[in-house]
Design a protein around this ligand. Structure first.
Ligand SMILES: NC(=O)c1ccc[n+]([C@@H]2O[C@H](COP(=O)([O-])OP(=O)(O)OC[C@H]3O[C@@H](n4cnc5c(N)ncnc54)[C@H](OP(=O)(O)O)[C@@H]3O)[C@@H](O)[C@H]2O)c1
Length: 217
């Protein structure tokens, strides 16, 4: 079973309410299933909130991370095109996921505009990093702020009119169904035994994880 609670997951056994459980889809490994609820569920919720449809081109800030890499795949499953931002090291990774890759850093909005000449103009934005730069680029590229959502809500995103992601009921089921169809898979960049949870957190805090880190019992 996949448990979709947010805290208290660092343990080998737990008693949780049945309604918080989602079956692991047939053909999906336990470590892939472990990545589904937070990263997959959040990405699914954000794209549903944006009402992403086939005519869209979605700009995803931090597209190589857990939420971002899931969003790249789910947006395409919904029929949309994707421009994703990442460092130079992750440009090929984004290309493999099917996104048009753009390097973040000074000149970001210009580079996204150049990418949009290939993909079509950006019609929606998911910000999974919430930097001054990503917020500024969203403001510059997306006049209709009702089509922007962030997983990192703060004062600057609020002032920019970027909505905070609302987690949808049923998001874990939907993300699990996409995983079952082979439309959502996670790159697991590192695995740590539970006893090394602190090291896993340190690795996560670098802010440069590709895909997900998995803890195993
Ligand atoms: N509200 C919610 O329900 C919810 C749920 C899940 C997550 N979140 C939040 O959403 C954020 C993303 O979560 P996550 O799990 O996807 O994080 P993550 O996996 O740790 O994100 C790491 C990724 O961020 C990229 N990155 C770092 N600096 C960047 C920059 N300046 N511009 C663009 N990309 C950059 C890195 O790419 P490079 O290595 O290429 O730099 C890396 O691939 C976190 O702040 C998290 O707390 C909120």
């Amino acid at each position: 079973m996949i448990w979709s609670g947010f805290t208290g997951a660092y343990r080998t056994a737990a008693v949780v309410p049945a309604e918080q459980l989602t079956p692991v889809p047939v053909g999906v490994s336990l470590e892939q299933a472990a990545c589904i609820p937070v990263a997959g569920g959040t990405a699914y919720s954000a794209l549903k909130q944006l009402k992403v449809a086939p005519a869209d081109v979605v700009l995803i800030h931090a597209a190589a991370g857990g939420v971002g890499s899931a969003a790249v795949q789910i947006a395409q499953a919904l029929g949309a095109g994707v421009i994703g931002t990442a460092s130079e090291d992750n440009q090929d990774y984004l290309r493999e996921l099917g996104a048009f890759p753009v390097v973040y850093g000074p000149g970001l909005a210009e580079r996204v505009r150049a990418a949009a000449e290939e993909t079509g103009p950006v019609t929606a934005v998911l910000d999974a990093v919430g930097t001054e730069e990503s917020v500024a680029a969203t403001m510059e590229l997306l006049p209709d702020r009702s089509r922007a959502v962030t997983t990192v809500p703060d004062r600057q995103s609020q002032e920019a009119g970027i909505a905070k992601v609302r987690l949808e009921d049923g998001r874990v089921w939907e993300a699990a169904a996409l995983a079952a169809e082979g439309l959502l898979t996670f790159t697991i960049s590192q695995r740590f035994p539970l006893i090394e949870a602190a090291e896993a957190l340190e690795a996560s805090r670098t802010g440069h994880v590709r895909g997900k880190i998995v803890l195993f019992p």
